[in-house]
Ligand binder design. Structure first.
Ligand code: XUL
Ligand code: CO
Length: 435
């Protein structure tokens, strides 16, 4: 059964094409900096948005009733597998990401939920063989069910913590079964609304203990995928503990967990934290923890997680500069954690959305590579820090100086004159020339 009958395999037609169902820039085998675009970008479809989301928002019900939906939740789950694979195959996307509850409905008991999962996982495995479509990462939805209203690993209730642990154990097993290359922890409701009812220290200690148990269980079951934490500052809770990349890295280091996790940076989460997307990528990169990306965008005029498909070439270029500088993805990739607009109600809209986003990242990749091939920005940057390459700067960097030495040095020099321009506007102009 084909759910996207009006769409055939999306071709690459180049920038002069006016076919809305063709790639204008994403040419999967085109080589950029020694690797194909496909290898650089490692696109993934987000199961929850693309085959589950119906457009419901706090003000209204779902607007899209997709053709794979039925009255029987298990039949719908089987149909969604078909829909996901058809979407991936026609887009030429080789990965997808999922939460346990996206792929199979939750049962009355934990055992029943596991049984539902096992059935659908077998169907997915069956469908994977021969297609080359793989799992970028799996995760557990430990935030939607009302039991998680106080959090999961940071719940005030120990039974809920235990349930979350059981759920993560099973989700990790399932991800391993599907050959997943990674596993994500997004702290859905790990945070709080009021300090008056919150023992923050205890909750954070519990979160660290939970992550340590996950690291241990990974070894127990022999899962060799990469663990990621996905930072987010707010929504659903007012204060999410995994606020941004810097906060998460500090937390992991404080608990000796930094060797076991990388970060999955989401554009719209970085902007909610008051950062540019590229800022959080940079923080992750310079700490050697840039693992994967949830590729989407927010809206400057809205203060929430709008999860729009990424179409801003300036942002995709800045992001690809960080990703290339980090040496590219290994286990990670670009997961479209994005949904179509509530008024985009036809299955074909999923294609328009993914095609535009893939083209936006293909352009970002090519532009970033061109910027890197030219020394203009790099030279200005090098020049700006030139005082560190010799003399007192080199001595400080080499750890050869004390504050006393600096006092003698400055006493002798008399003053410090940082009077060279930062050239912000010139650099922004150069950047724009490549776009
Ligand atoms: C929520 C979010 C999640 C995670 C996975 O804002 O981004 O979908 O990516 O749980
Ligand atoms: Co996300």
């Amino acid at each position: 059964m084909a759910y996207f009958q009006s769409v055939s395999k999306v071709p690459f037609e180049g920038k002069d094409s006016d076919n809305p169902l063709a790639f204008k820039h994403y040419n999967r085998d085109e080589v950029v900096e020694g690797k194909s675009m496909k290898e650089h970008l490692r696109f993934a479809v987000a199961y929850w948005h693309s085959v589950c989301g119906g457009g419901a928002d706090p003000f209204g019900a779902a607007t899209r009733i997709m053709p794979w939906e039925t009255d029987d939740p298990m039949q719908t789950a089987r149909n969604k597998v078909e829909a996901c694979f058809e979407l991936c195959e026609k887009l030429g996307v080789e990965y997808f990401c999922f939460h346990d509850r996206d792929i199979a409905p939750e049962g009355e008991t934990f055992a029943e939920s596991c049984k539902n999962l096992d059935e659908i996982v077998a169907a997915i495995k069956d469908r994977m063989s021969g297609t080359g479509i793989k799992v970028l990462w799996g995760t557990a939805n430990a935030f939607s069910n009302p039991r998680y209203m106080h959090g999961a690993a940071t719940s005030c209730n120990a039974d809920v913590f235990a349930f979350a642990g059981a759920q993560v154990a099973k989700a990790m097993e399932v991800t391993k079964e599907l050959g997943g290359e990674g596993y994500v922890f997004w702290g859905g409701r790990e945070g709080y609304k009021s300090l008056l009812n919150t023992d923050m220290k205890r909750e954070l200690d519990h979160l660290a203990a939970f992550l340590q148990m996950a690291v241990d269980y990974k070894k127990t079951i022999g899962f060799d995928g990469q663990f990621y934490i996905e930072p987010k500052p707010k929504e659903p809770t007012k204060h999410q503990y995994d606020f941004d990349a810097a906060t998460v890295i500090g937390f992991l280091k404080a608990h000796g967990l930094d060797g076991d996790f990388q970060l999955n940076i989401e554009a719209n989460h970085a902007t909610l934290a008051g950062h540019d997307f590229a800022h959080d990528l940079r923080v992750a990169r310079i700490n050697g923890m840039l693992g994967s990306v949830d590729a989407n965008r927010g809206d400057l005029l809205l203060g929430w997680d709008t999860d729009q498909f990424p179409t801003d070439i300036y942002q995709t270029t800045a992001a690809m500069l960080e990703i290339l500088e980090a040496g590219g993805f290994t286990t990670g990739g670009l997961n479209f954690d994005a949904h179509v607009a509530r008024e985009s109600v036809e299955p074909v809209d999923l294609f328009h959305a993914h095609i535009g986003a893939m083209d936006a990242f293909a352009r970002g990749l090519k532009i970033a590579a061109a910027i890197r091939a030219d020394d203009k920005i790099a030279d200005t940057l090098k020049q700006r820090y030139a005082s560190w390459d010799s003399g007192i700067g080199a001595d400080i960097e080499a750890g050869k100086t004390s504050l006393g030495d600096l006092k003698d040095y400055v006493m002798d020099k008399g003053n410090a004159e940082p009077n060279a321009s930062g050239r912000v506007e010139m650099l922004e102009n150069i950047f724009n020339e490549y776009i």
